[in-house]
Design a protein. Sequence first.
Length: 278
Amino acid sequence: MIKIAVITGASSGLGSIYAKLIDGRKDIDEIWLIARREDKLLELSSSLEHRTNILPLDLTKPASIDRLENALKAKAERVPSYDLSSADEKKGGDGMTIAFLVNCAGVGKIGNYCDIEREDNERMIALNCTAFVNAANTVLPYMKRGARIINISSTSAFQPFQHLAVYAATKAFVLSWSRALHWELFTRGIRVTAVCPYWMKKTEFIKNAESSGIPSSHSIRNFRFGDDPVFAARLSLWASALNLPVVTTGVVSTLHRLIAKIIPRGIMQALWELWRLL
């Protein structure tokens, strides 16, 4: 049985960290790395011990999802004992299976509604929502009991966030969809976990998120108490093993998750208005 881990957004940040952590596992045979930047994927691949398959894809494009599907079909044909006609796991025999799908591909933009270009809003929705669903639906026919899906959401999923409005809404989608998928796949024994971190330290996210915003009173000034990405990835893998539907990866995100269940959203948004300007 060839066991494969598929990681989207693998070229940097959390995606590359998951690749390195999964590379340390003995129950995986191959790691498939997906991102737009082929040079970064090649660099990451050279640092891993496992056999890798590099797929330089832009998952916002339907043609890229088709390429992923074709790559999986081609792999399955080389290990023909896998039953492509059924979404349920095949009983017995050798073959290939997707043991992990880690959905890390994502983009965010910071700014008021008038500061963010239409193309940026469309890309956030396409990559943070549509691409996650398409990637999961593409690999699920190749998953067996015990397989895991890890979807990167955000603490911004717990309430509306002005000046991060579209990004937060896409992460609320990821959280809600992941919770539903967790139950849909329960009978197949496939675990689904949504990961909800606060700002990520030592990643490109904040720099990229501010790149198209216009510095103004609408900017977010407070990025304190960010989560460590290595700790976040390790904790989420542990939570996934326990089949937890949602995991927060730091003090701020955990407190936010709890408080957002009690305090009305309007008050939470007012508190955010103060916090972002500190």
